[in-house]
Write a new protein. Structure first.
Length: 364
């Protein structure tokens, strides 16, 4: 948090798996401000090999946590390990930036955030896609009143499932996985950014098949048990009155539905894919044709890891935009949707998150 203008934030990366490659690309690009200094993995050989390839020491999590050169732990482990790795990192005096979801349960996430507060440390969480020009330009259109008071949104993620491309897709079908916990955070962070927090949810969910077959890599042909629901539809009632219909599915062969549409009294917006940092926002105002809006806000050329850059640039006294408060609210929405489906009733949420500060158009 602007702990020394001119001094880079030093990152220790835990979990050198699939997604780490995208972070390596980003960290190289922004190394003057946010620099990778060490890598760890429970798979020591992988840590050592990846460290060598990235030109930093690679080893155990204990070694990384004991390294005084590490300011912040970038936690890219699987969802079930997020809370444990975050807790150990905070106990070692490190800030934490987690991949999504923040934790598998709200209770776990709450204890991580309580510990961070006690220690005076920061926890941030992906997705930071909402800091890019795509969602920020759409947010600006809403904030500037281009669609009038928001009424409704639809958010749809409908795909066949990640076993089609991921060599180790087990965690996507375990508790903490499924389409809602895996992809929901992108959509929920975008919806909270666009329409504000959610007060109440209801949902229905299903699990049409109980095994998935891995399609690629050394385990191709192996069957993975499905231990969580894989099709979920819910209604989110935002505090300010708009109602979102959210569908997250690993049981869909194909779709032509747009990722997010937002409708207001005076106009409608087509919002770019919240899994991406950029994209075009289109606006239709009552009685007019569709127009593409010029890019007007957000970090240009951003990519996974910009939440850390934003943290580093945040002036003292301000809340970094990728603060885990939003991820906590998203997790509470997801957990409540799953509970609503089981219990067959609408649920009020206990907490809400404020929207993060808008990102002015910023070139990097
Ligand atoms: N932002 C994105 O676009 C995106 C995309 C895919 C996955 N993800 C998220 O990133 C995370 C990692 O996904 P992935 O696809 O890279 O998974 P992966 O299985 O390929 O990699 C996870 C790595 O973490 C290590 N690990 C697991 N538990 C650990 C522990 N307790 N301590 C240390 N290391 C541990 C594993 O050995 C492995 O190397 C997940 O939370 C996932 O939801 C994000």
């Amino acid at each position: 948090m602007n702990e020394g203008a001119g001094t880079p934030l030093r990152v220790g990366l835990v979990g050198a798996g699939f997604i780490s490659r995208m972070y390596f690309d980003t960290l190289k690009r922004i190394q003057d401000e946010v620099r990778l200094v060490r890598i760890a993995d429970v798979d020591l050989a992988r840590a050592v090999e990846t460290g060598a390839a990235q030109g930093v020491p690679g080893g155990s999590v204990d070694e990384l946590l004991a390294d005084p050169e590490v300011d912040v732990v970038l936690n890219l482990t699987i969802p079930m390990a997020h809370a444990e790795v975050a807790t150990r990192s905070l106990e070692a005096g490190k800030h934490v930036y987690d991949e999504k979801p923040l934790a598998v349960t709200v209770a776990e996430a709450r204890s991580v955030l309580d510990l961070a507060q006690q220690r005076g440390l920061w926890v941030g969480c992906a997705p930071d896609t909402v800091l890019g020009t795509g969602i920020q330009t759409a947010r600006r259109a809403v904030d500037d009143g281009m669609i009038g008071p928001p009424v409704a949104a639809t958010a749809t993620m409908a795909i066949p499932g990640h076993e089609a491309w991921h060599p180790n897709p087990d965690f996507y079908y375990a508790p903490g996985g499924g389409p809602l916990y895996d992809m929901g955070p992108y959509y929920l962070h975008a919806l909270i950014t666009l329409l504000g927090p959610v007060a109440r949810v209801s949902a229905s969910s299903s699990r049409p098949v109980t095994e998935r077959v891995i399609a690629s890599g050394p385990r191709a042909g192996e069957r993975v048990p499905v231990l969580t629901d894989t099709h979920i539809t819910g209604l989110l009632e935002h505090v300010d009155g708009a109602i979102t219909t959210l569908t997250m599915s690993f049981d869909t062969v194909g779709t032509r539905t747009l990722p997010i549409e937002v409708h207001g009294v005076e106009g409608s917006l087509l919002v770019p894919d919240p899994n991406e940092f950029s994209g075009t926002t289109s606006l239709k105002r009552r009685g007019e044709d569709w127009v593409e809006l010029p890019t007007s806000a957000g970090y240009e050329n951003s990519a996974r890891g910009f939440g850390l850059l934003d943290f580093h640039r945040t002036p003292a006294g301000e809340v970094p935009r990728a603060d885990a408060g939003i991820a906590f609210h998203a997790l509470e929405i997801m957990e409540s949707m799953m509970r609503s489906s089981v219990e067959g009733r609408r649920l009020d949420l206990g907490a809400t998150a404020g929207r993060s500060r808008p990102v002015p158009l910023t070139s990097i």
